[in-house]
Design a binder for this molecule. Structure first.
Ligand code: DX5
Ligand code: ZN
Length: 215
């Protein structure tokens, strides 16, 4: 499939989310990526479900929520009610990942599992038959504008091979440091959904990013 662009609101002007939505609609990005940080799983705090709920009436775009939070099970219901289409949580944030995937599905959302650069893929192999999306972090979570960690591409390649071998159906997403220069290697490795924050919201970088996406 043609890779999907998921602009991250993390790089938007937080005083004007409507303008950010307008930009996403203008470039016809199919997904919007919401980076939720709790000040505990990662040091920064961004926003919660209320922001998602307030933006929902203003967009028909697929809402992709990336929870960088401890105790993700406490937040599934509020983000689902706010209008999330997909909810992704971190394998590092819980001992009960399978139960949380079930919780997300039960409430009617797609379920994703995210993995940090320093965590081995072995920790989530058992989950692969149950998830709709695997988010391979290509930077350490917590901030936008970091450099792409090239070594994470091996996880994407492995996930693509496992999907073929086991006839599974999850999407593979990469998040962090994706720009016009790094994008070709990300696509080549088998990524289906590309998150881009700073490159998408920068007027001087967005055209090169989209050009690179079109191959
Ligand atoms: C990192 C976030 C990302 C990231 C994307 O914690 O999950 O979504 O900030 O931003 P850029 O594209 O600026 O790396
Ligand atoms: Zn993210």
């Amino acid at each position: 499939m043609q890779p999907i662009l998921a602009p991250s609101l993390l790089a938007a002007d937080f005083s004007n989310f409507q303008q950010a939505l307008n930009r996403i609609h203008h470039y016809q990005a199919p997904w919007i990526h919401f980076d939720v940080m709790d000040g505990s799983f990662v040091p920064a705090i961004t926003f919660g479900a209320q922001v998602v709920a307030h933006l929902r009436p203003h967009s028909k775009t697929f809402f992709d929520v990336h929870l960088m939070v401890e105790n993700p099970e406490r937040h599934i219901e509020s983000f689902a009610q706010a209008g999330a289409n997909s909810i992704t949580f971190h394998i590092e944030a819980t001992h009960h990942a399978h139960a949380i995937v079930q919780q997300i599905h039960k409430i009617g959302c797609k379920a994703g599992i995210a993995i940090n650069p320093g965590t081995s893929l072995h920790h989530l192999e058992a989950l692969l038959p149950f998830v709709d999306l695997v988010l391979v972090m290509s930077v350490n979570p917590g901030a936008g504008g970091q450099s792409f960690i090239t070594e994470t591409l091996i996880k994407t390649r492995t996930l693509q091979a496992l999907r073929n071998q086991q006839n599974l159906h999850y999407h593979i997403q990469m998040d962090g440091g994706i720009n016009a220069e790094t994008l070709p290697s990300v696509v080549e490795a088998g990524t289906d959904i590309l998150v881009a924050g700073s490159a998408f919201f920068s007027d001087s970088h967005v055209n090169a990013l989209l050009h690179s996406l079109q191959g």
